[in-house]
Design a protein around this ligand. Structure first.
Ligand SMILES: C[S@@+](CC[C@H](N)C(=O)[O-])C[C@H]1O[C@@H](n2cnc3c(N)ncnc32)[C@H](O)[C@@H]1O
Length: 333
């Protein structure tokens, strides 16, 4: 028997059968940069501002731009292109680092950036990156980290484990750090109701903070600032639909949980990160000029309609606009 966290780890990342080893791009979900390159361009403009602020406090040091969980490099290419086109002075000063645990994706990402004339250093985990000054950003990384799962049972809060036949069973907590989370959910979780605890997201942020000497961490993901006692049930996605059965066909469906930004802001503060901003993706993109991309896609032909629809999905409340959030945290010496 293994914890749900260990089941999720292997369902997503088993080198042969894990979801991310065999994922067919956009088959079950698409990410914002997979939807439209405007996402990466608007993000790049904000990254440029953050890099310039970092450069003011660290004028002598080389700046780094680090993408964590870069997948096949789609977003990194969009960011690099925009920096080169709109911020060439900065582009010349910045060294790119990519972090991706999937070796195949990482190789593809490096090849794509090299083909674009950008040199990168690549790592499979953040712990291997030497401390740097600059900006570390990620899109949909934190929601892809395995979570521990709690469940309400007869007035108590237990942990979910998966047995040899992929059936969920409840048992005592596997980690002492879960005790505070279980206590906080006691009395709130109904019978059979589940709640994901993102210990790994908090640990990742602590590692990330220890790598950034001066600069910013930008985390884009779906989630919210969960109020105490609010349940956060994980979900499975298959062919763009939510599946209720989390253990059905491990590796064939995406498993994910909303990011608890309240917890990340709190653990960030404990790790030396101050809150710079927290806003919806919609506000972030509109303030960064996304509407001008929609205007530029004017036209009556079907290609223009399709392009406008994609751009609007990035900011529409029922698309990605409100469920996705942008958290910026600052690290200062
Ligand atoms: C949902 S995909 C997002 C890919 C890309 N950022 C995008 O927006 O299209 C999540 C990616 O994070 C990677 N990942 C998960 N855990 C990681 C970790 N601890 N370090 C680096 N990459 C990780 C996965 O392998 C996967 O490629």
């Amino acid at each position: 028997m293994r914890s749900f966290r260990d089941f999720m780890e292997s369902a997503l990342y088993d080198p042969e059968r894990g979801y991310y080893s065999i994922r067919e791009k956009a088959a079950d979900f698409y990410t914002a940069p997979e939807l439209h390159a405007a996402f990466g361009a608007v993000l790049a403009d904000r990254l440029a501002l953050l890099l310039e602020r970092t450069a003011k406090t660290e004028p002598e040091r080389r700046l780094h731009l680090v993408e964590a969980g870069c997948g096949d490099g789609t977003l990194a290419c969009q960011v690099a292109r925009r920096l080169r086109e709109k911020h060439p002075g900065l582009a010349a000063r910045v060294s790119f680092i990519l972090i991706e645990r999937g070796r195949k994706d990482l190789t593809t990402a490096v090849r794509r950036l090299n083909a674009f004339g950008v040199n990168v250093t690549a790592y499979t985990e953040i712990a291997k990156v030497a401390p740097f000054s600059g900006v570390l950003y990620s899109n949909e990384l934190l929601d892809a980290l395995p979570v521990h799962l709690l469940e309400g049972r007869e007035g108590k809060v237990l942990e979910v484990f998966i047995d040899g036949a992929d059936r969920a069973v409840c048992g005592p907590l596997s980690r002492p750090e879960l005790a505070a989370h279980a206590a906080a959910m006691t009395g709130s979780l109904q019978e059979g109701e589940r709640h994901a605890v993102g210990l790994e997201a908090k640990a990742w942020l602590k590692d990330a903070s220890s790598r950034v000497e001066e600069g910013f961490i930008v985390s884009i993901d779906y989630g919210k600032r969960f109020a105490p006692g609010t349940a956060n049930p994980p979900r499975a996605f298959h062919r763009h639909a939510v599946e209720t059965e989390l253990t059905r066909e491990p590796g064939a469906q995406d498993l994910t949980a909303s990011v608890d930004f309240e917890a990340l802001i709190g653990s960030g503060e404990a790790a030396g990160l101050s809150l710079e901003s927290y806003e919806s993706q919609s506000k972030f993109l509109i303030e960064g000029g996304l509407l001008s991309w929609i205007e530029a896609a004017a036209g009556d032909d079907s290609a223009s309609y399709r392009e406008r629809a994609k751009l609007k999905t990035l900011i529409h409340p029922e698309g990605m606009g409100e469920v996705f959030k942008v958290l910026i945290q600052r690290k200062a010496k």
